[in-house]
Ligand binder design. Structure first.
Ligand code: HEM
Length: 366
């Protein structure tokens, strides 16, 4: 369609629909990534982007023979190949949607739709694809696995931001009620909360990438101790570990893994205490700001996430709970971004009202 034939809100609405779809797809891709890791299929295909040089997992006897001749050290395991390839197909589809969004934004830039953000996301997803490749070629090197997970969460967050911007534009947010609360001062505390969640997600990613989930199997203690004596933080957080030979199952000592696991638990306590205090203080001043649902959402998602983390330990990392814990980590990040976004609109609406009133007064006076 010719760009001039679209009104600004029609272009924003169409793009918002695709951006929402991209958000949902990104959640699916992230969950598929966790599933792939949890069923130990991260090296299900030893090459990239194909699988043993094929477009799909080799299944027939002849193609398996060809594949095994190409990669004699890693014989075909069809059950491990499929999770890896399904994750790649979904990620590839997401890449296409993101490129489509960027192309649409450039084409309809005169309608005022955001352009820089979708272009940035398109560039970022290429980087994320490269991390996907290095995950395989560097044989699950924990640094790369953790950064790949963080990259997935970043892609999701950026797409959510794009969706919020587009939906705000399409809805002409000027019709919001002006707030009558003292919530403006909470902005730095909300950003502080976001930083804590990002750090906690990074710790979770490090726990998962180093297979430190089963380092502590009891709760609330770890190996029967509140502060296990044998913890080795230097080893557990040595980000300069050497590459290879193969990190499937993890290479760290037990003491290093205990240190990682305990740090992730402590991180959860910090995040929980911080948000309980922050959300309670915000709730007391909520007035008619309209932030109640955004605050409730963070509270519910955080509670579910902590319960899933505890269930992970109690039930020894069942697949469904571990995947849900990963997804809810993403959900927590998004709910906090959503709260910050809603909060950002408050002072703007206030300013808008003030400016509008001043302009009207000037017009009346004139
Ligand atoms: C604010 C709360 C929390 C957040 C945001 C969070 C986030 C995460 C993330 C993003 C992962 C990586 C998941 C993956 O790669 O599949 C993870 C892993 C993990 N988390 Fe949490 N977590 C939280 C609380 C907890 C709590 C309270 C516990 C238990 C006491 C816990 C136990 C674990 C374990 C055992 C893993 C490793 C699971 C695996 O290897 O698949 N988490 N966490």
């Amino acid at each position: 369609m010719n760009q001039s034939s679209l009104s600004p809100s029609t272009a924003a609405q169409a793009m918002a629909r695709w951006a929402t779809f991209a958000v949902l797809l990104a959640v699916v891709v992230i969950m598929l990534g966790a599933w792939t890791r949890l069923v130990h299929a991260g090296l299900g295909c030893p090459d990239w982007p194909g699988c043993y040089g094929f477009l799909t997992v080799p299944q027939s006897e002849s193609s398996i023979a060809v594949a095994n001749a190409r990669f004699p050290d890693t014989p075909v395991d069809v059950e491990k190949g499929w999770p890896e390839m399904i994750h790649r197909y979904a990620a590839g589809t997401l890449g296409l949607v993101v490129f489509g969004l960027a192309a649409y934004a450039v084409r309809h830039r005169r309608t005022g739709v955001p352009v820089k953000l979708p272009l940035f996301i398109a560039g970022f997803i290429l980087l994320q694809g490269a991390f996907g490749m290095w995950t395989v070629t560097l044989k699950l090197w924990p640094q790369v696995v953790a950064l790949h997970l963080l990259g997935g969460f970043t892609t999701l967050s950026l797409l959510t931001l794009l969706t919020l911007r587009l939906r705000g534009r399409a809805r002409q947010k000027a019709d919001r009620e002006p707030p009558s609360t003292g919530l403006a001062g909470f902005r730095p505390w909300l950003y502080g909360g976001l930083l804590l969640v990002v750090l906690q997600v990074a710790l979770g990613a490090w726990t998962a990438a180093n297979y430190a989930a089963v380092a502590c199997t009891d709760l609330p203690t770890c190996q029967g101790q509140w502060w296990p004596e044998e913890m080795d933080f230097r080893h557990g957080f040595d980000v300069a570990q050497h590459v290879g030979p193969n990190y499937l199952g993890g290479q760290l000592t037990a003491d290093g893994r205990v240190a990682i696991h305990v740090t992730h638990r402590l991180g959860a306590v910090v995040v929980l205490v911080y948000f309980v205090a922050l959300l309670a203080l915000m709730w007391r001043r909520i007035g008619d700001s309209g932030l109640d649902n955004a605050i409730r959402l963070v509270a519910v998602v955080l509670s579910v996430q902590v319960l899933l983390g505890l269930a992970n330990v109690v039930f020894h990392i069942p697949l469904s709970i571990a995947v849900a814990h990963n997804a809810m980590g993403a959900g927590l990040l998004l709910s906090v971004i959503h709260l910050i976004w809603q909060h950002q609109l408050l002072p703007k609406a206030q300013n808008a009202t003030a400016t509008h009133t001043t302009t009207m007064n000037q017009e009346v006076t004139a």
